[in-house]
Each structure stands twice: as structure tokens, then as C-alpha cells.
Ligand binder design. Structure first.
Ligand SMILES: Cc1cc2nc3c(=O)[nH]c(=O)nc-3n(C[C@H](O)[C@H](O)[C@H](O)COP(=O)(O)OP(=O)(O)OC[C@H]3O[C@@H](n4cnc5c(N)ncnc54)[C@H](O)[C@@H]3O)c2cc1C
Length: 410
């Protein structure tokens, strides 16, 4: 495939939701000159599914299609009609010292015995946000400022330490719209009326396929691309001056050049980024990611719960979240767990390691990404999606961003 001047109008790196959507939009627009390069044998990225014990399991963790953007869902229903999905109302719980309470924590402390409830209320009343103190810049300080010391120590700090297995002091606070925002007034009202007053920040309602795992819709998007999608080839290099992409296939190493490169793979996974100034190369290398292992378990720790997923802050348990698949895949058995790669133990069941699961929101990340994305754009290279933009986007958001980027540049 070695080409001379320009082999393709577009080369898209990665066939997860971002790359698949961008490529399908090109087809919709009648563009034929493009190639998608994907290192795995199948499309779907973190949203892929496999089978374990006779039922689907999402190998990138628990994945649900949020209802918040109907036009995005309608776009995905073109590939997998609405009739093939079930609609669920979120039921998620937190295991606090063996007691399951509903999420979010601060809207459901009324579910604790009276002594605990009072201790939590007392602690929130003394939290910095209730005392009018300015919001801190570090994630760990922000948690105590927002929720008080008791909820921080019993839930948020241990849970986030397990999930990110990273020095939490390196994380900033600019991404916290992902977390529930429950006021002290709402907490008091919940305690008085014994019902939650809070808005879930995501997945209040969601779709999940009736017969398949979440991966099915992305597989179908990949199939539509035909020979435009080349799987089993790992991108290793990118030259910004010539927009030449180098990749390693099953049998060969090859390079292709493009008018425009759309990058959806982690910026830190390239062996070579040619034409990039040394200072930017050094700051790009400071971007942090974390890895996640998914494991199927026959011995479900919560066999009677009606939750679709359960958060587990207890440091004695290796995993931090359990997916109760019978509650969104009727008739299935067992559960799957999510464990940060640094905490994995494994018990011999089906397991899958995602080397890149979370782009970490370190304090210096926004400045690094601003420079990197601006430099790349000036060279006809566009960062897109969870890795291309290094942000905690959910799949519906990556689809939206891909549609908008394609509209902007085509
Ligand atoms: C635990 C967890 C739970 C989540 N839950 C939800 C949820 O409930 N709902 C939701 O909507 N979203 C959820 N997400 C987010 C969702 O996974 C992402 O939004 C989505 O996968 C982002 O798509 P993407 O294409 O940007 O990245 P990815 O899906 O990561 O795709 C990137 C692609 O690039 C490929 N690639 C990487 N390196 C190379 C290389 N060197 N060469 C070639 N190809 C390469 C990868 O194999 C992959 O196919 C969750 C994520 C995690 C980790």
C-alpha cells in the first residue's frame, strides 16, 4: 500500500465509536477516498462485547446508551433499530460497609440507621461548600469540601483510589460535572421525606440491546465500511509535515498519506510523532491513562440486588464496580467486575484487559491538550473522541463530536 503523494483524502486512526461515526458520516456524504486503521480484529473499541457463560459481556466495562441526546440515539438506531433495544431506568447502588444504598450517596443517606445518618449530616453541614469557602483545585480537597469528611472517607476517596489507582492529588476538578451535584438542602429534604432529591448526571434512563452486548451496534457500523476498514493493524507513527501514517499489519509494515488525518487513538501510544516540536513532544508524554480489567464471575456477590450496577469502595475488594447483567440482560447469570489493572487478582474466569480505559484528568492536562490539538489542526490532523481529545467522553458524546467534526471539515 505504499503510496506516493496522497493515498487517501482521509485516514482515520482507530475504529471505536469516534472513528466509526466519522467514517460512516463520510460514506453518508458520498466520500469514497478514506481508510480506517484499527489494531484489533473487530470494530467497536472500548464498546466491544464478547460472550461469557452463554450471554454477552462488555469487555470495556459496563456500557449503556444514554437517552439524553435523542438525535444521537436516532443516528445509532439507523444501524440497530430501536426495536432491538430495551429501555431501562437507572438503579445503581453503593456498598457501604455491607449495606447497599442507592446512588447518589448524599441523596440517600436516609437509608442508613439513624446514628450514621446524623453523623453524615453533621459532616456535610461542616463541609467547605456549606461554609461558603472557595472550591479547592485538587480533586481530593474538592471531595472533602463538597461532601464533608465522612462521605469522603467512607466512599469517594476509597472508591476513586480503587478506580484510578493513581495519586489522586494529581487530578484536577475541571471535569466534575460527571459527578452528581446534590445541595445540602436537597440532602436534608431527602432525609425528611425518605426519598432521593437529586438528578443523576448521566444514564438516568438508558438503552441496552435486547439480544446482544453493547458492541453489536458498533460491529454493524464497522460492517457498513467494507474495505474502507482495515483491522489487525497497529498504527505506530505519524508525520505531521507529510501526514504520513505508519502501521504494522499482521504480515507487513506499511505507510499511507492523507489529506486529513483524524486521530482517535491515544497520543501516548505512538512510537514516533515526527514534525512535532520537542517541547510539545515532552508535554504530550505527560498525558496519563489508566488500565482496567473486566472479569466474569459466576459467584455474584449481590445475587438478590435489583441494581444494574453496584459501586464497591471497600479497599479489601480488588474490584470497584460490579455489573449485574441479569438486570439488563434478562435470563443471563453471573456478573462482571471492573478492576483497575494495578489491583487485579483474577480467579480463573473470563478476563479482558483494557490497556487504555481512562484518560486521567491531571491538573496540567487541559493546557497540554489545548496546545497539542491546536498544533495538530494546523497540520491537518484532528484529535477526536476519548483519546484524540483525552477526555472522559461517553460513547454518545463521541458520536456527537464525530458528526460535528465531519460537518465542520468536509
Ligand atoms: C469502564 C467504562 C465504562 C463506560 N461506560 C459507558 C457507558 O455506560 N455509556 C457510554 O456511552 N460510554 C461509556 N464509556 C465510554 C466509552 O467507552 C467511550 O466513550 C467510547 O468507547 C469512546 O470511543 P472512542 O472511539 O473515542 O475510543 P475507543 O472506544 O477507545 O476506540 C479507540 C479505538 O482505537 C483503537 N486503537 C488504539 N490504539 C491503536 C493503534 N495504535 N493503532 C490502531 N488502532 C488503535 C482501539 O483498538 C479502539 O478500537 C465507558 C468507558 C469505560 C472505560
Amino acid at each position: 500500500m505504499n503510496g506516493s503523494a496522497e493515498d487517501y483524502k482521509y485516514v482515520i486512526l482507530g475504529a471505536g465509536p469516534a472513528g466509526l461515526t466519522f467514517a460512516n458520516r463520510l460514506l453518508d456524504a458520498g466520500v469514497d477516498s478514506f481508510l480506517v486503521l484499527e489494531k484489533e480484529e473487530t470494530a467497536g473499541g472500548l464498546c466491544r462485547s464478547e460472550e461469557a457463560a452463554g450471554a454477552p459481556l462488555d469487555i470495556g466495562g459496563g456500557h449503556f446508551l444514554d437517552v439524553r441526546s435523542p438525535w444521537i440515539d436516532d443516528y445509532l438506531f439507523r444501524f440497530m433499530p430501536r426495536s432491538e433495544w430495551d429501555l431501562y431506568t437507572r438503579c445503581s447502588k453503593i456498598d457501604v460497609r455491607g449495606q447497599l444504598i442507592d446512588h447518589p450517596f448524599e441523596a440517600n443517606i436516609w437509608q442508613f440507621p439513624e446514628a450514621d445518618r446524623e453523623a453524615y449530616l453533621h459532616s456535610i453541614a461542616k463541609a467547605g461548600c456549606c461554609l461558603g469557602l472557595p472550591a479547592p483545585e485538587k480533586f481530593t480537597d474538592w471531595i472533602v469540601w463538597k461532601l464533608g469528611r465522612r462521605i469522603a472517607e467512607d466512599y469517594m476517596l476509597p472508591y476513586n483510589r480503587k478506580m484510578f489507582s493513581h495519586d489522586l492529588d494529581q487530578l484536577g476538578t475541571y471535569w466534575l460535572s460527571k459527578l452528581p451535584d446534590v445541595s445540602y438542602g436537597d440532602t436534608l429534604r431527602s432525609c425528611r421525606e425518605h426519598r432521593a432529591y437529586a438528578k443523576q448526571p448521566g444514564h438516568a434512563q438508558f438503552y441496552y440491546p435486547k439480544k446482544y452486548g453493547y458492541g453489536e451496534v458498533w460491529l454493524r457500523m464497522g460492517e457498513r465500511l467494507g474495505t474502507h476498514l482495515k483491522t489487525g493493524c497497529t498504527v505506530t507513527g505519524l508525520d505531521f509535515d507529510t501526514r504520513t501514517v505508519t502501521a504494522r499489519g499482521n504480515a507487513d509494515t506499511f505507510s499511507v498519506t492523507a489529506g486529513i488525518v483524524v486521530n482517535t487513538i491515544p497520543w501516548t501510544c505512538f512510537d514516533r510523532l515526527d514534525g512535532m516540536p520537542e517541547e510539545l513532544r515532552r508535554s504530550t508524554a505527560r498525558l496519563r491513562t489508566s488500565a482496567l480489567q473486566i472479569e466474569y464471575r459466576e459467584d455474584d456477590p449481590y445475587p438478590d440486588s435489583d441494581a444494574q450496577w453496584i459501586y464497591c469502595p471497600d479497599p479489601a475488594l480488588s474490584y470497584h464496580r460490579v455489573l449485574e447483567r441479569r438486570n439488563f440482560l434478562p435470563g443471563s447469570r453471573g456478573c462482571w467486575t471492573e478492576t483497575n489493572a494495578e489491583r487485579t487478582e483474577g480467579n480463573g474466569n473470563f478476563r479482558y484487559m483494557n490497556r487504555y480505559a481512562y484518560p486521567l484528568n491531571t491538573i496540567d492536562k487541559p493546557a497540554i491538550m489545548e496546545q497539542l490539538l491546536a498544533f495538530a489542526r494546523r497540520h491537518g490532523v484532528y484529535g477526536l473522541g476519548r483519546w484524540g481529545e483525552h477526555r472522559h467522553f461517553n460513547s454518545d458524546v463521541t458520536v456527537e463530536r464525530a458528526i460535528k467534526l465531519q460537518q465542520e471539515i468536509e
